[in-house]
Ligand binder design. Structure first.
Ligand code: 6PG
Length: 250
């Protein structure tokens, strides 16, 4: 299993600086894409790590000149809770970022992971992606940017170790029951993630140091993050010093 071939591993001293760097990469990609094409399609990550990056983006909305109405926003994964539940990834992203930026709400696509029929909702989400995100060279919808966090167990989005969802090679969005958290999740799958032009993996905190070492230097096919291998895109890994502390220790 090839470890993540990250062309850009960026280590910042603090989590705040890593978040600011991730926001900068986000802004650069959006500006680049919207200067050449109509819309920039992004999938945002949930969890706690990206909160500070979303705060950075929201705090600079008046000065960064980003064409927010030209950004089409999807989620990388979602928990099986209503969108107004504080556990919801969409709730976090909306409160911190979307409510503070001039997005075009017709181009904002929450995942309905609390749907009665979560499988059907996953299929519907996949159809929205297939309709709204142009296919890349491999025939798969090609996001301009997919932001991801990293669990200490090596999961990304809601692709957890030993989950059948990791092996999915046809569907782009799946719903799955995750035994380790005893909850259902909805998640993008690797065929879609690895079709992206850019993948931005933002990881901070010393609790992630070992898994960061494993996926960058190890040979750990059981870790879902090790399966990040974009077909022709770029992986940007942004770490703070705590998350990177085992990378360069011999
Ligand atoms: C979620 C996320 C998940 C997250 C990792 C890291 O729904 O929780 O999408 O994949 O990125 O679990 O979470 P933290 O950033 O909270 O450490």
């Amino acid at each position: 299993m090839a470890v993540i071939e990250a062309k850009n591993i960026i280590v910042e001293s603090t989590a705040q600086q890593a978040s600011a760097r991730a926001a900068e990469i986000f802004r650069t990609i959006v500006k680049e894409v919207t200067s050449q094409r109509d819309l920039c399609r992004v999938a945002l990550s949930g969890g706690s790590t990206p909160r500070a990056a979303y705060h950075h983006l929201a705090s600079q909305v008046m000065t960064d000149g980003l064409p927010w109405p030209m950004v089409e926003i999807f989620l990388g994964d979602e928990r099986d809770v209503p969108q107004d539940d504080t556990e919801s990834n969409f709730y976090m992203i909306q409160r911190i970022l979307l409510d503070n930026t001039p997005v075009n709400w017709e181009r904002v696509h929450p995942m309905r992971a609390d749907a009665e029929d979560i499988e059907a909702a996953a299929n519907e989400y996949e159809q929205i992606i297939r309709q709204r995100v142009p296919a890349g060279p491999g025939g798969v919808p090609q996001f301009d940017l997919i932001m991801l966090g990293l669990g200490a167990d090596g999961h990304i989005a809601s692709l957890f170790p030993d989950s059948p969802a990791i092996e999915e090679r046809r569907r782009l969005v799946v719903a799955s029951y995750v035994p380790v958290i005893r909850r259902h999740r909805m998640s993008l799958t690797f065929p879609l993630i690895n079709a992206a032009r850019n993948i931005l993996l933002l990881v901070t905190g010393s609790d992630k140091a070992e898994v960061v070492r494993q996926i960058i230097q190890g040979d750990e096919p059981h870790l879902p993050a090790s399966w990040i291998s974009p077909r022709d895109g770029t992986v940007h890994i942004v770490l703070d010093a705590d998350a990177a502390r085992l990378l360069y220790s011999n």
